[in-house]
Design a protein around this ligand. Structure first.
Ligand code: PMP
Length: 310
């Protein structure tokens, strides 16, 4: 049930009608920035809740600054475009919303200046990305995370995803579910589309924002829930590759991946090779929160369907 819709050139239309020209700058040079926002279906309320939408648009604005993309929309406009889009699509399942701000000129030439910019959003159904219960078998990628001095990872820039795609495909073709990338100094940076956490002696440890990560919204959610609900602190510090091997637990966080246990890295089981107890507790809390079932965090959830509850 439902039809994927797009907001494109300032209009709502079925996704199948939203097309760009083959000379579009962003297609050739990776000159676009994007977000991924999950809309989580709440069966009892027959409602879709967008999770932390304002934070995603805030990060999109930051990415636009880095890539010199003009983004003339107010927060109110963005929020109403997005909720309207989900409502028009009419899905009754988990969805994924993809806003994209991009260099839209049909022009050749590598640069950021003297180009037109545009903005689009679309919505599509989207289930789990990795196995949330069995967890992921990972490898350390032979590809290094792009450095801030190359393409800043704190910007969600389409071009940087060539780095992630190299790592993900290498991992999958070698029989692993996901890749964990090191940065040039050899510190653990992140997965191809996820931040990394370890549990060490009851404390969470995750790489700092200066270790070439995308500063994840799920990362922040987990840090907050761990502290507020479980009294567990998170230390943000550089992590060595071998610390992952000896960690008690390890998990990945991301809008697509939610909170996925890492049960094996480079053929070494992490902990006892199963989802760990702290990971399981955090997952349970997290799923309550994102489906709008935890009143304390209701402010993180934006309902899309305006219809009266049945
Ligand atoms: N790192 C990368 C490279 C990603 O693509 C993502 C997914 N957006 C993340 C981390 C996690 O970020 P978030 O929790 O905001 O989705």
């Amino acid at each position: 049930m439902g039809t994927p819709y797009a907001y494109f050139r300032r209009q709502f239309m079925p996704l199948s009608e939203a097309k760009i020209g083959i000379m579009t700058h962003a297609l050739h040079y990776g000159t676009a920035v994007f977000e991924g926002i999950r809309g989580n279906w709440n069966e009892e309320e027959r409602q879709i809740y967008l999770f932390r939408m304002p934070e995603h648009y805030r990060r999109l604005r930051q990415s636009c600054r880095i890539m010199m993309i003009d983004f003339p929309y107010t927060d109110e406009e963005l929020h109403s475009i997005t909720t309207r889009l989900v409502e028009l699509s009419g899905f009754e399942e988990d969805v994924y919303v993809r806003p994209l701000a991009y260099k839209s000129s049909e022009a050749l030439g590598v640069r950021l200046h003297n180009l037109e910019d545009d903005f689009l959003v679309f919505v599509t159904p989207f289930g789990p990305y990795l196995d949330l219960e069995k967890g992921a078998r990972c490898c350390t990628s032979s590809w290094r995370r792009v450095e801030d001095t190359g393409i800043p990872a704190r910007g969600k820039i389409t071009g940087i995803y060539a780095n992630s795609a190299l790592a993900k495909t290498e991992a999958n073709l070698s029989g692993f579910d996901e890749a964990i990338m090191l940065d040039e100094r050899g510190h653990v940076s992140e997965g191809s589309g996820e931040n990394v956490f370890i549990v060490m002696d009851g404390v969470l440890v995750t790489p700092p924002v200066s270790d070439n990560i995308l500063v994840g919204i799920t990362r922040n959610t987990v840090i907050t829930l761990a502290k507020e609900e479980l009294g567990i602190e998170t230390v943000e510090r550089p992590i060595d590759r071998s610390e992952l091997y000896v960690a008690d637990e390890c998990f990945l966080t991301g809008t697509a991946a939610h909170l996925t246990p890492v049960v094996e890295l480079d053929h070494r089981p992490i902990g006892d090779g199963k989802r760990g107890p702290i990971t399981a507790k955090l997952q349970e809390l997290y799923f309550q929160v994102i489906r709008g079932k935890h009143p304390k965090y209701a402010h993180w959830c934006t309902p899309c369907y305006s219809r009266v509850k049945a």
